[in-house]
Design a protein around this ligand. Structure first.
Ligand SMILES: NC(=O)c1ccc[n+]([C@@H]2O[C@H](COP(=O)([O-])OP(=O)(O)OC[C@H]3O[C@@H](n4cnc5c(N)ncnc54)[C@H](O)[C@@H]3O)[C@@H](O)[C@H]2O)c1
Length: 348
């Protein structure tokens, strides 16, 4: 089988995660990064040298036209996810887009429709769905081992200084980031919450900007009711000094699990031996240093995407699944200014 020829768009933090992820399975000959595009030429040069990529482009449209790529993976500021995905699909390329799928649901729906229409794959980067600990909790919840689910919590209490926003022209603005702490940082845990707990019935939310000179939220809370009757809580922020490990808590009538900082912190089921601190990775502080996050989950997600092309099937995290966290976040953005309850499906 010939490897999938991939072009990468963007060469920042997200693209580096992807390249590191690909390096975990590159010996299997499933994918080859053949081109990279970035308006920041110095960045593209450095990236192409580091990852030994043959061609580089300043304009991604030129890459779509000239480079012989089967698929692209998009790691650019959020406002570019929609136009770049649509251009790539129209050029006949499969697309893997970094989180969030898009800035709003209208864009996400058009992207999903376009991919469907053309018979191309659209994947979204939510590596937590490939995390072995998250999968263990998801499988136990699905098979009823925790009993009827009662409460799910996604807690992302992080800290980013003003420089983080000041040094990056697209962050901190509605028009380019599409939101703040929720759409950028808390989205992975929100996705995990939605994945494990199932569809949301309604929510209401509050948010604020307290610690930075930015337009978007740097602290937010939401209470949710899931369709299965369970309650939910989301807390997200980048103004919460000094920052804590991201945490997911699940409670059923017969048991509970806590995933904290990528570790199974506690697992307790009636009649079974309790587990504490499984897979604790010493010194791993991903909430402070994203560069030390292991690439295994990214690798597993990208490998699935590449194999989905080779095998002619949908990727595990397709556009529809990639849209689920965005729907919750857009509901929070709708509810917070007015305090109104927002019912699902969310209309925009
Ligand atoms: N999945 C993850 O764990 C993870 C981690 C970090 C970032 N991300 C995501 O990756 C994406 C990018 O974020 P980042 O932190 O890498 O940002 P960044 O600012 O570090 O990098 C963005 C890159 O896009 C390039 N770019 C901007 N406009 C472009 C254009 N028109 N054409 C080509 N390139 C262009 C920039 O020059 C820059 O190199 C976002 O969607 C972000 O949410 C995901």
């Amino acid at each position: 089988m010939k490897p999938v020829k991939l072009g990468i768009i963007g060469t920042g933090v997200g693209a580096t995660f992807a390249a590191q992820g690909i390096s975990t399975f590159s010996s299997e000959g499933l994918v080859e990064i053949v081109a990279v595009a970035d308006v920041y030429e110095e960045g593209a040069k450095r990236f192409s040298e580091k990852w030994k990529i043959k061609s580089r482009y300043k304009d991604y449209r030129e890459m779509l036209e000239k480079a012989d790529v089967d698929a692209v993976s998009i790691h650019t500021p959020h406002y570019l996810h929609y136009p770049m995905t649509m251009d790539a699909l129209k050029a006949g390329k499969h697309v893997l887009v970094d989180k969030p799928i898009a800035m709003n649901l209208k864009e996400a729906d058009e992207m999903i429709k376009e991919a469907e229409k053309r018979g191309l794959n659209l994947g979204v980067i939510f590596p937590t769905r490939f995390d072995p600990i998250a999968r263990k909790v998801k499988e136990a919840a699905d098979s009823g081992r925790f009993g009827k689910l009662v409460l799910g919590e996604a807690l992302v209490k992080w800290y980013r200084d003003q420089d983080y926003y000041a040094k990056s022209s697209w962050r901190g603005r509605w028009a380019t980031e599409g939101g703040g702490a929720l759409i950028n940082q808390a989205i992975h845990m929100i996705d995990l919450l939605r994945w494990v707990m199932g569809p949301v019935d309604y929510l209401w939310a509050q948010m604020d900007t307290v610690g930075h000179d930015i337009e978007v939220e740097d602290v937010a809370v939401a209470t949710l009711r899931f369709k299965n009757g369970a309650l939910g809580v989301i807390e997200g922020g980048t103004a919460l000094y000094p920052g804590l490990p991201p945490k997911f808590e699940l409670h059923g009538v017969k048991g509970m699990a806590i995933i904290e900082g990528g570790t199974l912190r506690k697992w307790s089921i009636e009649g079974e031996e309790e587990i504490t601190e499984e897979g604790v990775k010493k010194g791993l502080k991903s909430w402070v240093r994203p560069d030390v996050v292991p690439a295994a989950n990214h690798g597993a997600l990208i490998k699935d995407f590449v194999k989905s092309i080779l095998e002619g099937r949908k990727p595990y995290v397709d556009g529809v699944k990639g849209r689920e966290s965005l729907e919750i976040i857009r509901a929070i953005y709708k509810s917070a200014p007015t305090g109104e309850v927002v019912r699902f499906p969310v209309k925009e």
